[in-house]
Design a protein around this ligand. Structure first.
Ligand code: AMP
Ligand code: GLY
Length: 427
């Protein structure tokens, strides 16, 4: 079967690398892809949100399955558009993708389904939010723009003064545009964060091992927020018992509630969780694989991913044997451009990729790369997702950083402490 992957990040390179190994996959395309996906698949220069061209391409190239990486095409309805043309596609419908596309929808659904999450209130304008903040105790809160804001519409506030400023930015200055038409004010939760992803066909839920992302730019979880500077899997913080409880109290009721509200969910359901001392609470849902969580997950997955994706779209996940995993943990270190997550330069030649690729148990997934004059160059903020297996988390970390050391470009940097959080628990 011919397969089309949509997106151009490290997640999509990992998906392409994994699907390339499936005997069920004939030709593999990535739209638009990067210099890494070009090594395992054929890049197609079409934007992830240009549905008419993607559909035309899928028809002309006999694509049997399309796999969507990022959230934007999902929330814009790519799955509905493909289904209307009888084209098979992996991912949630537009209505189901609201779970990520609207924080108000997500919080209301969690409340109705009785899924543990922070207390919250929804506001349609700045005045009512300001009155609310002034009338209540001065406590830490999180102010969130309702819509997608490239991960920036969430403002964690120490107290009232910061919260009033956040409301002003979202609802008056409209820093995030229409995403700020509504806002959520939520209690601030304390604890460690973890991500639990599951693949579901709307009935059966296949929970993947827990992972941890590193969203802040600098070591020790300091500095500005980023798309994710590294991840590892499994996260020992979430033991089997906790994972089971998360499945039972978070994932199952969410999938049922989506079905009841006539938005059956099919695809990857990604729960961003805060592990509080009252148990795991949902911070947010994403409706796709996380980037970079996808990279260590897929490096460990032994089962043919194509079989899992096909079973999901055919609603027969219940027939699949349990997924097989490499018992070794995996650590993924993101190498970024100088200046990221702020402004950064592009087109810096990258050296040492071949040397890194020769190291055992290492996969260098490309994120922001392209080819210029036959040379792989940087083309984004997050440039590479260097991912490695090891017998323990520290061993996987060492393998990943050994590969990082082999790779060079002008201004390259990374966090030095990816996966150290895994060891905090035992301190
Ligand atoms: P979100 O876009 O909802 O994932 O939020 C981004 C980040 O904001 C999360 O990964 C958390 O670090 C933080 N965050 C969101 N909601 C809360 C909350 N209720 N309490 C504390 N931190 C939060
Ligand atoms: N790693 C966080 C995300 O994919 O949204």
């Amino acid at each position: 079967m011919n397969v089309l992957i949509i997106g151009n990040g490290g997640r999509e390179h990992a998906l392409a690398w994994k699907l390339k190994q499936s005997p069920l996959v004939k030709r593999l395309f990535v739209a638009p892809g990067n210099a890494g996906t070009a090594l395992v698949a054929e890049n197609v220069d079409i934007s992830p949100t240009d549905f008419p061209r993607l559909i035309k391409f899928a028809k002309q190239n006999d694509i049997g399955l399309t796999v969507v990486g990022p959230e934007a095409p999902l929330t814009l309805g790519i799955v509905d558009a493909f289904n209307a043309e009888k084209l098979r596609i992996f991912g949630p419908s537009k209505a189901a993708a609201e779970l990520e596309g609207s924080k108000v929808f997500c919080k209301n659904l969690l409340r109705h389904a009785d899924v543990p999450t922070g207390d919250y209130r929804v506001f349609r304008n700045a005045d009512s939010a300001i009155t609310f903040l002034k009338d209540r105790e001065d406590v830490p809160v999180v102010v969130k723009a309702d819509g997608l804001a490239a991960g920036k519409g969430v403002i964690v506030c120490a107290g009232r003064a910061e919260a009033l400023d956040a409301v002003d930015r979202i609802a008056r200055q409209r820093e995030f545009g229409a995403a700020g038409d509504q806002l959520v004010i939520e209690e601030r939760l304390d604890g460690e964060e973890a991500s639990v992803l599951a693949i579901t066909d709307g009935q059966t839920i296949v929970t993947l091992p827990a992972t941890q992302d590193h969203k802040r730019a600098h070591d020790g979880d300091t500095g500005p927020n980023t798309g994710g500077m590294g991840a590892y899997c499994p996260a020992p913080l979430v033991d089997d018992e906790m994972l089971h409880r998360i499945e039972e109290h978070v994932l199952v009721p969410t999938v049922h509630a989506m079905k009841r509200s006539r938005r059956p969910f099919q695809g990857v359901l990604y729960a961003g969780l805060m592990l509080t001392n009252q148990g795991a609470k949902v911070l947010e849902y994403n409706v796709r694989f996380g980037d970079p969580e996808c990279q260590p997950l897929l490096l460990r997955l032994k089962t043919d991913l194509m079989e899992v994706l096909l079973a999901t779209t055919e609603r027969r996940l219940d027939e699949l044997p349990p997924l097989e995993w490499d018992p070794r943990p995996a650590v993924c270190v993101v190498m970024a451009s100088e200046g990221y997550p702020g402004k950064y330069a592009r087109h810096k030649p990258i050296r040492g990729l071949d040397e890194a690729a020769r190291l055992p148990d290492v996969q260098v997934f490309h994120a922001g790369t392209t080819v210029r004059d036959g040379q792989v160059v940087t083309d984004g903020g997050r440039v590479l997702a260097v991912t490695a297996l090891g017998t323990t988390i520290p061993a996987a970390k060492l393998n990943a950083y050994t590969a990082v050391k082999a790779i060079r470009w002008d201004g390259a940097w990374c966090r030095k402490d990816i996966s150290d959080k895994a060891l905090w628990k035992s301190r």
